[in-house]
Design a protein around this ligand. Structure first.
Ligand code: DGL
Length: 271
């Protein structure tokens, strides 16, 4: 496997671009091929067998394009599919739950961690397992927050509607008295300001909100370095190629918000 081959990143939709943004900052020389399965989003409301089947189709498409490693930029897929993908695909597969769980375990002082995620991720129990692997003293409270996905995809990230939705989803976590809340869905960082403001109003200013994208990017960088798979810096800035399975009307605007820079020229592919 050549070190200058691209990194393959995929998500059910555009949320994974928040991970691409962090990868770009941490690994400026890497070429990245991003696949958003926008024709089949959301994954979070679907069962594990369906999500695993979709994930295998996405990852296989990226493998066929010659990527050197896969980053699953979706918590719902990370909750149910990494083991199968590692068996089926003959290349490294990295995921987003362990880095977020580690960051939460390091940040909590009350040993009570909250997780906002899709229904599929919460039902899988992946976060409580991952957090417990860092400390068995910590109790993890999960809350499914399905409405936050369409709000993020639609770019509806400010105002009364996201504020009320965030508040409703945070109530059980506030009752549990958590001091750390993990955004356990790659779509939610777009709603970070609203979620943080509501969480601080309900839980006090000491609450920590964790967007795992930076922790994921750090882990990917460390992994590539340890395998001598990091792109050669002499080749200059890496490229970002965007693939989608359907082109939503507002794709450029919405994708740019997730990516934090202009996202144009997405190519539609058939899996
Ligand atoms: N990006 C997905 C995740 O991180 C959520 C969106 C979906 O439901 O497909 O779980």
């Amino acid at each position: 496997m050549t070190k200058n081959a691209p990194l393959g990143v995929f998500d059910s939709g555009l949320g994974g671009l928040t991970v691409v943004r962090a990868l770009r900052a941490a690994l400026p020389h890497e070429d990245i091929v991003y696949l958003g399965d926008t024709a089949r989003v959301p994954y979070g409301t679907k069962g594990p067998a369906t999500v695993t089947r979709y994930a295998l189709a996405c990852a296989s498409h990226l493998v066929a394009r010659g990527v050197k490693a896969i980053v699953i930029a979706c918590n719902t897929v990370s909750a149910v599919a990494p083991a199968l993908l590692r068996v089926e695909l003959d290349l490294p597969v990295l995921e987003v739950i362990e880095p977020g769980a580690r960051a939460a375990a390091e940040a909590t002082k009350s040993f009570k961690v909250g997780v906002l995620a899709t229904a599929g991720t919460i039902a899988s129990g992946a976060y409580p397992r991952a957090v417990a692997s860092f400390s068995t003293r910590i109790e993890t409270y999960g809350q499914a927050a399905p409405l936050l996905v369409p709000l993020a995809e639609e770019g509806w990230t400010e105002g009364e509607v996201p504020r009320l939705a965030a508040r409703k989803y945070l109530e059980p976590l506030a009752r549990a008295g958590v001091d750390v809340i993990v955004l356990g869905c790659t779509h939610y960082p777009l709603l970070f300001p609203v979620i943080e403001a509501e969480a601080k109003a309900m839980l006090g200013s000491g609450v920590t909100i964790i967007d795992s994208a930076r922790a994921v990017a750090r882990d990917v960088a460390a992994f590539l370095a340890s395998r001598d798979l990091a792109a050669d810096p002499a080749r200059g800035a890496g490229s970002i190629r965007l693939l989608v399975t359907d082109v939503p009307k507002t794709f450029d605007d919405t994708a740019s918000r997730f990516l934090g820079s202009a996202a144009t020229g997405a190519e539609q592919v058939d899996l």
